[in-house]
Design a protein around this ligand. Structure first.
Ligand SMILES: Cc1cc2nc3c(=O)[nH]c(=O)nc-3n(C[C@H](O)[C@H](O)[C@H](O)COP(=O)(O)O)c2cc1C
Length: 188
């Protein structure tokens, strides 16, 4: 079974970055992938990453194990003060636990990147930062990253339904770019 793991979102109810990540996972699920989302409330359970800690808590272990078993990853961050949120970055830093694996970090896997920010400048710099992180983690950022301006765009209605056709098309395209290298694409 192809496994796609999503990491991200915020602690805000109705987090748009979380909703976008879930929409990508749902799209991948519709093509037969098994998906798992680690959202803002989950990431908030993680302690600040301590490389020297002798043990890992259950939440830390669950995230590390899920990424170890993933065939592709989705990372979704808000633009906070011009960059990746601390919540999301702490989760990524925890993946240092995979450094000595045969397949460390995001090694060799497609990584879909999503940003939501209140202005275009933060969407751009945060997406570029996530691409830099993905390269450092030996992953392959998909050609398309999704960046929304949450002041100018409202891709979801009050019930959380995706109502923006252009954003829906981006979600389809990003999902396709995640699945194609795994042999699960419609076009394959
Ligand atoms: C602490 C904090 C810092 C933020 N910094 C920026 C920023 O530098 N630039 C920007 O455009 N938006 C900024 N925002 C707005 C968020 O990026 C924006 O509301 C985003 O859509 C939130 O994502 P969410 O819907 O997943 O919660 C900030 C919001 C917070 C709470």
């Amino acid at each position: 079974m192809t496994r796609i793991v999503g990491i991200g979102g915020t602690l805000r109810a109705g987090s748009s970055s979380e909703r976008l990540a879930r929409a990508v996972l749902e799209c991948c699920g519709a093509q037969g992938a098994d998906t798992m989302m680690f959202d803002g409330p989950f990431l908030a359970q993680l302690p600040h990453y301590d490389p020297g800690a002798p043990t890992r808590c259950e939440a830390e272990q669950a995230l590390v194990d899920a990424v170890r078993g993933a065939d592709a990853i989705v990372v979704a961050s808000p633009g906070y003060h011009g960059g990746i949120s601390g919540l999301v970055k702490n989760a990524i830093d925890l993946l240092e636990e995979t450094a000595r694996d045969d397949r460390p970090y995001f090694d060799g896997r497609p990584v879909g990147l999503i940003v939501s920010a209140a202005g275009w400048q933060a969407t751009g710099v945060t997406l570029a930062a996530l691409r830099g992180v993905t390269h450092a983690m030996r992953g392959w950022p998909t050609p398309l990253g999704i960046a929304i301006n949450s002041v100018e765009q409202r891709p979801f209605d009050s019930d959380g339904a995706l109502v923006d056709a252009a954003v829906a098309a981006q979600i389809e395209a990003l999902s396709e770019q995640l699945l194609r290298p795994l042999g699960l694409s419609r076009a394959a």
